[in-house]
Structures are given as C-alpha cells and as structure tokens.
Design a protein around this ligand. Structure first.
Ligand code: BGC
Length: 348
C-alpha cells in the first residue's frame, strides 16, 4: 500500500511510496484511510524540524487529522466494518505520569507521550492504518467527509473547556469573545464561541478568500488589521495565530479579569524589546490569565463531535476548500489565498 512519508526537517525528502501493510501491533481495528487534513504542524514537520520518527527509523508516516472507514473489527471491540472513525493523536507516556494514567495525556507531565504522525509514531497518511479501539472515535455517519475536521475541532474543544474552568474562579460570566486568526483553528474557536452564546469577533491579517464570509455566516463579526485598532474589549480571547507580538498586544487590549487562551505556535524567531515590568503590572492589576492549551483527550473529541453535529453542515463543507490526491501531498502544504483547510484524498 502507499503512504506519505517524511524525514522531519528535510523538506526534499517527502515521498509517497510503497510500505508494508500496517502491523497488527498498532491496533485491532483495520481502517481504510479516506481523508487526511493538513495543518501548520505538518508544515513544521516537513520544513521546520518539528516532530520525530519512530525509534530506529529516519522516516515518519505523516498525518494526524484522520478520517477512515473500519474494514476489520474484532467482536467485542465496539466497532463494526463500515463505521466512520477518527483516530486520537496522542498516546500516554510509558511511565505513566499521573495525568496520563487518568486518560489526560493532553496534560502529560514528563514529555514522553507519543503522537501519531508527529512524535515517534506513524500517522494516518496511508491507504490503510490500524488503531486500538480505545483510541478510535466513531462519527455520526451524517458528518461524511466533514469528519476530517474532528481532530482540529477537538483541540479547540479542550481550549474552551479549560477556558471555562478558569472563568469559574469568579461569579461574572464572559460575554464578548475575540478569536485571533481565521484559519481552521480560529474558525472552530469561533464556532464554539457562538455555540456558547458569546458575542464573537474574529480578527485576521487578511480578508482574502472565504474566511470573512465563513465568520459572518456563523453570526460572528470579522475584523482585519491591527488588534489595537479593533473596537472590541474582549472578556475572553482564543489566540490561534501563534504570533508572539500579538500575544503581548492582547494583554493590553482585553477587559479586566480576562482569560487569554493560546493555541498557536510559531516557528518564527521574532525578537522585540518588551516592558516586562509593565506587562507584569498589567496582568496582576487586571487579574488577567494567559494560558497555553495543546492537544485533546478522548472527552474533548466527544465534545468536538457534538459541536460538529450541531454545526451547519454546508458551513463545515465550505471550510474544506481544497482536496489534493496523495501523490500531490506537497502541493497541499502551501495554502493559496482562497484556502482554509486543505485535505488529502487517500483514495486517489
Ligand atoms: C495537533 C495536536 C498536537 C500538537 C503538538 C497539533 O497540530 O493537533 O494534537 O498535540 O500539534 O504536536
């Protein structure tokens, strides 16, 4: 069968080649890959030196945003041939640390977790893959190809869950949300904000392509330009760009007692002179919380599945703006102005 393999950090080494059928040690479910979403993490793996291959190998099967159809499922596994599933990305560390021992691998404390298609475990970028039933999430078949959006949505489900937990520190409830970045992650952050009844604003550096319309169709307000010029004082920010300077600017523009959740990372190396004492004073005097959120555990995949089921199906379909065949994986790594989510069709 064919798989998309990469040598992390060596862009010229991407290959779509024949590999052996997935090893049953990877899990009892045999799955036919349908679609594979591409995100910034994949670009960082191919070009930026992020990620690592399984021990003893130099190549990694890439891909962590999955969608596949079960082909073989043992009796008692809870799955049946024909089920549409998504694979959970992270596996607990071998020790395991206390959160990993409780199924909260997204809070792994020793860094020895593994991630499919990212860190020391082959991903889902192959015509067939295997997975352990306990790391597979069955989808509502109505979701069809939009199921490939579940993994990125799960990352935002966790971000919102944690944000809400922080807000339980006080009696007031947030009303105004700002999402920075209108890529797929920003759009899911906005979808979940709107579903929570928040007045939602989305800021992006560009209004090219379908992003502005997608935001408007959610019932949110689209802005472009500098965050300091946006006439909104948010109670909560979900930051989805990973742009360091923007993060510092946000600490100055939020309402008192705000929560700023950081979900993006950047491989950039921007440096700036920052008034650190000033930032410290602002955060303290305003009770501001700035926190990072990564990955998702099974509970978040379920929350994301519920959110996608409630979302407008045609809106979700419009988030997927381009499909590339497996052989053109590299073309999918670079987005054009009209792209939101690019996916690989593993069947072509
Ligand atoms: C994935 C997460 C993963 C993170 C860090 C993201 O793109 O969606 O599941 O934990 O990268 O590797």
């Amino acid at each position: 069968m064919k798989a998309i393999t990469v040598v992390p950090g060596e862009p010229g080494q991407v290959a779509v080649s024949d590999v052996s059928e997935p090893d049953p040690v990877q899990g009892a479910l045999l799955v036919e890959g349908r679609l594979l979403g591409i995100c910034g993490t994949d670009v960082d793996i191919v070009e930026g030196g992020y990620g690592s291959p399984p021990p003893g190998r130099d190549r990694l099967v890439i891909g962590h945003e999955s969608l596949g159809e079960v082909r073989e499922a043992p009796a008692g596994s809870g799955f049946a041939p024909g089920d549409l599933i998504v694979g959970i990305v992270r596996r607990p560390d071998p020790v395991p640390c206390p959160p990993c021992a409780h199924g909260e691998w997204d809070f792994c404390r020793n860094g020895r977790y593994t991630e499919r298609g990212i860190k020391e475990r082959d991903g889902f970028g192959s015509q067939r893959w295997r997975i352990e039933p306990e790391y597979a999430v069955r989808l509502d078949p109505q979701l069809g190809d939009c199921g490939v959006l579940l993994e990125p949505a799960s990352v935002l489900a966790k971000a919102w869950e944690q944000t809400e937990r922080i807000f339980s520190r006080a009696s007031w409830r947030p009303q105004v949300a700002l999402v920075t970045g209108a890529g797929p992650i920003g759009l899911f952050a906005a979808l979940l904000a709107v579903q929570r009844g928040l007045q939602t604003h989305v800021l992006d550096i560009s209004d090219r392509g379908p992003k502005a319309q997608l935001v408007t169709d959610l019932g949110a307000t689209f802005h472009t330009g500098d965050v300091r010029d946006v006439d909104v004082v948010p109670d909560v920010v979900i930051e989805c760009t990973g742009a360091g300077p923007l993060v510092f600017a946000l600490t100055k523009t939020v309402a008192p007692d705000a929560v700023i959740c950081l979900t993006g990372i950047s491989s950039g190396r921007r440096r700036a002179e920052v008034g650190l004492d000033e930032v410290n004073k602002e955060l303290v005097l305003e009770n501001t919380v700035v926190f990072g959120s990564v990955n998702a555990n099974r509970r978040h995949y379920q929350q994301a599945a519920d959110a996608l089921a409630k979302a407008d199906r045609s809106w979700l379909e419009r988030v997927i703006t381009r499909r590339v065949p497996m052989s053109r994986f590299s073309d999918g790594l670079h987005k054009g102005g009209d792209d939101v989510k690019v996916v690989v069709d593993l069947r072509s």
